[in-house]
Design a protein around this ligand. Structure first.
Ligand SMILES: Nc1ncnc2c1ncn2[C@@H]1O[C@H](COP(=O)(O)OP(=O)(O)OP(=O)(O)O)[C@@H](O)[C@H]1O
Ligand SMILES: [Mg+2]
Ligand SMILES: [Zn+2]
Length: 504
């Protein structure tokens, strides 16, 4: 027996087998029950959603000797002939290859003859939009007023290409894309009869890729069946020319950690395995979107494991950048380079103010996560509030020597400001200070004292001459001055006095 594609083996034979077109099948069944069919129908809608199948079932039911609740019985002579596509009163014509006026005239002339075996002569004209203008004209009269025993069923994916004059003479049914859940249900029915199994993830991937066209779904399923007894999402990925989940997870592990090198290496591995950058960009955007949904709603999905690694802001921004890159890919000679660039761009810290806060939040999140990990591993986290910081009890020395640099003093936060002023601000004011101050090295600065080192004796001399000026400057700037001690490199001890002391 000739090979029959899976979708043809599993063509629905009864209205009950059709998925997702309930409204249409209910009306058609009622017309069978009441024996009141219309004289012409037009079935429009997307590819592979059941138009031809419905036309065949309806034609069989119209000629069935014992219809059951509007369904063909599938047992009588006429039903069996219809199942074998050999029922003489059901005439199927593919308008894509028989689109001329002669074909239309032939139909018109033979329609007048009575049916041979059944009650109705049923003409199923598939792809009717392909008929030429004269062919439509030749059919028009017959469609408008066919003999009592004739029913026309026209099917098309392009309703707009069918002349209004034809449309207005037909009862119209619009077929819709089929709900993914129903596509999966049908695939499971098919698998059950073939003895194969599939992971739910894999079936979802197929249903998504089919966009709700059942024939596409069954064709993909058939290709997957060639790979083994159980279909998983990696099999689906390779059939669809997509990156496998294992490869994508490898990438996402690096990407979520801001590991630029690792991310690019993983991305290149995927591209080198033959995946094109366009579909890969779509897959990456899908993953980021799934994580985003999980971040926003808490919903569990295949990628929600990454939700703690990403902020909403980072996800939205990354999706934007990758989608932008995807639209550019069509016009460049190296689309994979565009994708790599886009991925790296998404990893650059955000620089606008709002995004920056997103970046900081990101960093804080990661640090928090690290801390809780450390805590889980038995390490104590650093105190967070001022009350938790143990305050040293010793009094701050008043202009006495050796005030310890690590002491927590009331103006600890301002430590270093005098020195900064000396070495930066003063130079800005007067460039001639530059050679002297830029060579200073801070040993320590606390609330009462600055200890600096200056190795060049000439510079030390200069500082001593400037001491009064400097104190005045600092008084003006900070409302007080500090004791400045200047040492040379080999100076062990500082001997501060109440005055500026230059140690030679
Ligand atoms: N609603 C459905 N329920 C179950 N199976 C379906 C359905 N629609 C399509 N199929 C499956 O897809 C195959 C093709 O369907 P059918 O020929 O009826 O689609 P169509 O709408 O006529 O598509 P086209 O516009 O491409 O001709 C069927 O053999 C069947 O296996
Ligand atoms: Mg069809
Ligand atoms: Zn029957």
């Amino acid at each position: 027996m000739a090979y029959k594609a899976l979708y043809r083996q599993f063509r629905p034979r009864r209205f009950g087998d059709l998925k997702g077109q309930e409204l249409i099948t209910r009306i058609l069944r009622n017309q069978i029950i009441q024996n009141e069919p219309a004289h012409a129908y037009i079935f429009s809608g997307p590819r592979g959603t059941g138009k031809t199948s419905t036309a065949k079932i309806f034609a069989a039911a119209l000629n069935c000797e014992n219809p059951e609740n509007g369904e063909p019985c599938l047992k009588c002579q006429n039903c069996i002939a219809a199942l074998n596509d050999s029922m003489i009163d059901i005439i199927e014509m593919d308008a894509a290859s028989n689109n001329g006026v002669d074909n239309a005239r032939d139909i018109r002339d033979k329609a007048g003859l009575l049916p041979t075996r059944g009650r109705y002569k049923v003409y199923i004209i598939d792809e009717v939009h392909m008929l030429t203008g004269p062919a439509f004209n030749a059919l028009l009269k017959t469609i408008e007023e066919p003999p009592e025993h004739v029913v026309f069923i026209l099917a098309t994916t392009e309703l707009d290409a069918v002349p209004k004059t034809v449309l207005s003479r037909c009862l119209r049914f619009d077929f819709k894309f089929i709900d993914r859940k129903l596509v999966i249900e049908r695939m499971k029915e098919v698998l059950r009869t073939t003895g194969m199994t599939a992971d739910d993830d894999a079936l979802w991937d197929i249903a998504d890729a089919s966009e709700g066209a059942m024939r596409d779904a069954l064709t993909m399923l058939e290709k997957c069946c060639a790979f083994g007894v159980n279909i998983d999402s990696d099999i689906v990925a390779s059939v669809l020319g997509r990156a496998s989940n294992i490869a994508l997870r490898g990438f996402m592990d690096c990407y979520s950690r801001y590991d630029e090198r690792g991310s690019i290496l993983k991305l290149r591995e995927i591209l080198a395995s033959g995946i094109e950058s366009g579909p890969l960009a779509v897959q990456l955007t899908d993953i980021l979107e799934k994580i985003l949904v999980s971040v926003v709603t808490g919903e569990e999905n295949a990628w929600s494991g990454y939700k703690d690694e990403f902020s909403k802001e980072r996800l939205i921004r990354s999706m934007d950048i990758i989608s932008d890159a995807q639209s550019k890919m069509r016009y460049v000679s190296r689309p994979d380079a565009v994708l790599e660039g886009a991925v790296l761009k998404t990893m650059i810290p955000m620089n606008d103010e709002k995004a920056l806060s997103g970046g900081l939040i990101e960093t804080i999140r990661r640090l928090e996560k690290k801390i809780s990990e450390l805590e889980r591993n038995g390490l104590k986290a650093a105190p967070e509030t001022a009350e938790e910081i143990p305050v040293r009890q010793e009094k701050r020395p008043q202009n006495k020597k050796g005030s310890p640099a690590q002491e927590v003093s009331e103006d600890a936060g301002r430590e270093g400001e005098f020195f900064t002023y000396l070495t930066k601000e003063l130079i800005k004011k007067d460039k001639s200070y530059a050679p002297f101050f830029s060579r200073l090295e801070l040993i320590r600065e606390d609330s009462s004292q600055i200890a600096v080192r200056c190795d060049n004796p000439m510079f030390r001399n200069f500082l001593s001459l400037k001491a009064d000026d400097l104190n005045r400057e600092m008084d003006q700037k900070f409302g007080r001055h500090k004791l400045i001690t200047i040492s040379s490199a080999n100076e062990e001890k500082l001997s501060p006095t109440d005055e500026i002391v230059i140690i030679d």
